[in-house]
Design a binder for this molecule. Structure first.
Ligand SMILES: [Zn+2]
Length: 457
């Protein structure tokens, strides 16, 4: 392993130059005018994987291609690790808010500023370079490797599940490693232990067949805006708990160890509050801010629409009111069941003077790792050696449905180890990634493959 680490150190500046080449390709998956660039990024990546010593190919899907890389020289007795990442990026707009152009990587204060530097080209490239460091210096790797890099993550990965399902045998592995997340703070390597799931519904409340004069009809015909507001007000109790009957039935309580680990994190609540600019924080009684964000489910109104919202006054009695409502879910809640419970609840509180339509838009399952298992132990040793600090356990309030999909289809546990930093502007102007984490992270991954080689065997 020392040879691989020395190789990574000796070639650090070339690694960065290559990353900058990758970042210059505007692989914006959401924009069809960039389809050629997105394919160019896939081909660039396949060529770099091949140069690192993997067998690589660009495989077509109904959307953007998947780059597949394989190295199976460790033999049948050695474990196989699947490394997942994505080479597509978010659109860079608004361009005027970038200090330097999004597709011209620029270093300022030890940070690489470019779209994709953190999410996820930088972190994906680190894996390619860690693999190269092993293969170029020793001719071998401690594990068999399958790399899957998709080009549709930023548009919801529509082709990935069918791609993985169709190749479940070829992609069979003992663990899935993903580097597409952030550390809790600078110098604090982090392992992700949970992701929240999502259930998203749209609700329409209707009364009259068209908008009415509020003087001529108001008082005798239901106002859907008022009705919907009253219905929404029944979704929480005064302790911040969700009041939909049955909602908490499948919520697993977290063990004391995980809750202690969350409480031990150096979290500055006042900095968090002033960062969002709200006069105060709120949430479910009995839980801390990080627990509310990571391990407890929520219900949010994402949009409301009704009546007249233009300039000046218009005395209208609206015919309809609409709300977009979403739930962040925790293990073992099921998005379809939660959507059904919401509909049952809304129907039970809706008055007979209105009609109700509830549409389920989309959903994703929550995910939870076993922080006491061998994967976390292996990753813990690798991260501690590379960063000189014991890794912390962190949750993630957002949703990455593909993690659960990989576990379900391939029947292998996932390890989420990310190297971005808080405030790195993923999806926003001036996205950045530190040079230091790029270099150290490659060292951590070199060590991680070795740790997995012994732990998973
Ligand atoms: Zn990403």
């Amino acid at each position: 392993m020392s040879d691989a680490l020395a190789y990574a150190r000796d070639h650090a500046s070339r690694f960065r130059d290559e990353l900058f080449e990758f970042l210059r390709i505007p692989s914006v998956s959401a924009r069809s005018e960039h389809d050629g660039d997105t394919r160019a990024a896939a081909e660039w990546l396949a060529a770099r994987m091949a140069a690192a010593g993997l067998e690589s190919e660009v495989l077509d899907t109904p959307g953007h291609p998947v780059v597949l890389g394989e190295w199976r020289g460790a033999g049948d007795d050695a474990p196989t690790v699947l490394i997942y990442g994505h080479y597509d990026v978010q659109p860079p707009e608004p361009l005027e808010l970038w200090t330097s152009p999004p597709f011209e990587p620029t270093v300022r204060d030890g940070r690489i500023y470019a779209r994709g530097s953190a999410d996820d080209k930088g972190q994906l490239h680190m894996h390619v370079k860690a693999l190269e460091s092993w293969l170029a210096s020793t001719g071998s790797l401690p594990v068999n490797v399958v790399m899957v890099a998709e080009g549709e993550e930023e548009i919801g990965s529509p082709s990935l599940v069918p791609f993985v399902e169709a190749r479940a045998e070829r992609l069979a592995c003992d663990a899935v490693v993903i580097s597409d997340s952030a550390m809790f703070d600078e110098g604090l390597p982090s392992l992700l232990f949970s992701l929240r799931g999502l259930a998203y519904v749209e609700v329409h409340v209707r009364a009259a067949k068209g908008d009415l004069h509020s003087g001529a009809y108001g008082g005798a015909v239901a106002n859907p805006a008022t009705v919907l507001a009253r219905m929404i007000a029944t979704l929480h109790d005064d302790q911040g708990r969700i009041a939909v009957p049955g909602f908490y039935d499948r919520v697993k309580e977290w063990d004391a160890e995980t809750r202690d680990a969350i409480r031990a994190l150096p979290f500055d609540e006042e900095r968090f509050r002033s960062g969002v600019g709200a006069p105060g924080l709120t949430g479910e009684a009995g839980y801390s801010t990080l627990e509310r964000l990571w391990i407890r489910p929520t219900c949010e109104i994402n949009g409301l629409l009704s009546g007249y919202t233009g300039e000046g006054a218009k005395t209208v009695l609206p015919a309809e009111a609409m709300a977009k409502i979403s739930f962040r879910l925790v293990p073992d809640q099921d998005p379809k069941r939660v959507a059904r419970l919401l509909e049952d609840h809304l129907r039970s509180v809706a008055p007979p003077s209105v009609t109700l339509e509830v549409r389920e838009l989309h959903g994703g399952n929550p995910w939870r790792a076993d922080p006491g298992g061998p994967l976390f132990e292996a990753a813990g040793r690798a991260l501690e050696a590379a960063f000189g600090a014991e890794p912390v356990l962190v949750g993630e309030g957002g949703s990455i449905p593909i993690v659960g999909d990989f576990e379900r289809i391939l029947e292998a546990p996932a390890l989420l180890v990310g190297f971005a930093l808080p405030g790195c502007n993923m999806h926003a102007p001036d996205e950045w990634f530190t040079l230091d984490n790029y270099d150290r992270g490659i060292g951590a991954l070199v060590r991680l493959y070795e740790e997995l080689g012994t732990t998973l065997r």
